[in-house]
Design a protein around this ligand. Structure first.
Ligand code: AMP
Length: 378
């Protein structure tokens, strides 16, 4: 195990809000942060010591970046495998490149999960239109067709309601490999954000409950309203996934909870996750600091919650009628505002979030929703 001590430099591939919050935590502990992405003046770059703007395919730039840091991690899982391999010639990369390779592709991820006995919804690999006809016949309707690579927040997803929709849906794939999944009539969606250290130590934030709007996370709160059995099972599955992958860093396992109380893994995020943003304010150690500790070979911190918490995402839509009313939202003293430094507020774009903490989770949810509503007051 290699310990990377404070005052060393952490390299981050990707430059969004996850990297920004990671960099803030890394700086609190006295580390330097260099970020690498194709963009400039990014959410992560704004709080980093050094921002490299280069293409992930520019392997000379990747190698120069890797030589300038002591360890590499990422905040964006679609970094190409050859980029990670080039960096790994010079420094350790956590989580490992193979894990990234598995989790950035739905088919590889689902195959890994099902072949290791983890619960997932029935799925089929779709390459040809005939695969899709057979898949829909096997899995029934509705079913969900997802492109195998580069999908997030419902992008590249189509719901199939009838066999007659197969041709059109297949055409929309435009030659991309895909996965067809049985539609899950879930009761709720939850996630387990957890971390595994280089020594195999494990820490988790319990079960977080997630509500989506238009396939994008809208609200997350903890503790989730689930039975003790569901709680224990979700945490046990997450721990086993982390162990099986030989994972180092923060990992999020997203689940569907069916009406019968059965858990199915929807997907894995090999990095801090939107549903874990509430740990930034509500826990002794945030998911971002946990990532830092794990990749640096330091002991993991306490995941204890100070208070129940709820987080509401702020999408670009809130800017539709001009600058949101920040003063009104912050009128509630137990609400915390996070903005990611993005200059252009496009609809659906994650611009920031609010976290509320209260005596009960129900109160925290009401408080965060109310604060978000007040953003649109005159
Ligand atoms: P994903 O990008 O796979 O996380 O999907 C985004 C959201 O779409 C999920 O959080 C669910 O709300 C919904 N979804 C995805 N797959 C399914 C499925 N097989 N059955 C029902 N809903 C789904």
């Amino acid at each position: 195990m290699k310990t990377i001590l404070p005052n060393s430099t952490i390299g981050v591939f990707g430059s969004g809000q996850l990297g920004r919050m990671f960099a803030i935590e890394a700086r609190k502990l006295g580390y330097r942060v260099h970020t690498f992405s194709p963009d400039n003046d990014t959410p992560t770059g704004q709080v980093s010591d050094f921002e490299v703007m280069a293409d992930y395919d520019d392997l000379d730039a990747v190698r120069a970046f890797a030589r300038s840091v002591n360890v590499v991690t990422f905040e964006f899982e679609n970094v190409p495998a050859r980029t990670v391999d080039a960096a790994a010639e010079f420094v350790d990369v956590h989580p490992r490149g193979e894990i990234l390779h598995t989790t950035q592709h739905r088919l590889r991820e689902k195959t890994f999960l099902s072949s290791n006995g983890f619960p997932v919804a029935p799925f089929r690999h779709i390459k040809l239109v005939d695969d899709l006809y057979r898949g829909v016949a096997d899995l029934g309707t509705p079913s969900v067709l997802k492109t195998a690579g580069f999908g997030y927040d419902g992008k590249g997803q189509q719901k199939l309601n009838a066999l007659g929709e197969v041709e059109t849906a297949f055409e929309k794939l435009d030659g991309s490999e895909a996965v067809l999944e049985a539609f899950v009539e879930f009761e709720k969606e939850v996630s387990v954000v957890c971390a595994r250290g280089q020594d195999g130590s494990f820490a988790h934030y319990g079960v977080i409950e997630n509500r989506h709007r238009n396939h994008i996370l809208d609200l997350a709160f903890a503790p989730a309203i689930v039975s003790e059995t569901v709680f224990n099972e979700a945490v046990a599955i997450a721990a086993e996934v982390a162990e099986t992958l030989g994972y180092v860093g923060t990992l999020c396992v997203e689940f569907f909870v069916t009406r019968e109380g059965k858990l199915l893994i929807n997907e894995l995020a090999p990095r801090p996750h939107n549903s874990g943003h509430l740990t930034f304010d509500a826990c002794v150690t945030s998911q971002f600091e946990q990532q830092l500790r794990a990749v640096c070979g330091l002991p993991l911190g306490s995941t204890e919650f100070y208070r129940p918490a709820a987080m509401a995402n702020l999408l670009g839509d809130i800017w539709a009628n001009g600058e949101p009313n920040w003063t009104a939202a912050l009128g509630s003293p137990n609400v915390k505002l996070h903005l990611y430094g993005k200059s252009e507020a496009r609809p659906g774009r994650k611009m920031g979030h609010l976290t509320a903490m209260s005596r009960t989770v129900t109160e925290a949810i009401a408080m965060v929703k109310d604060a978000r509503d007040r953003l649109c007051e005159d």
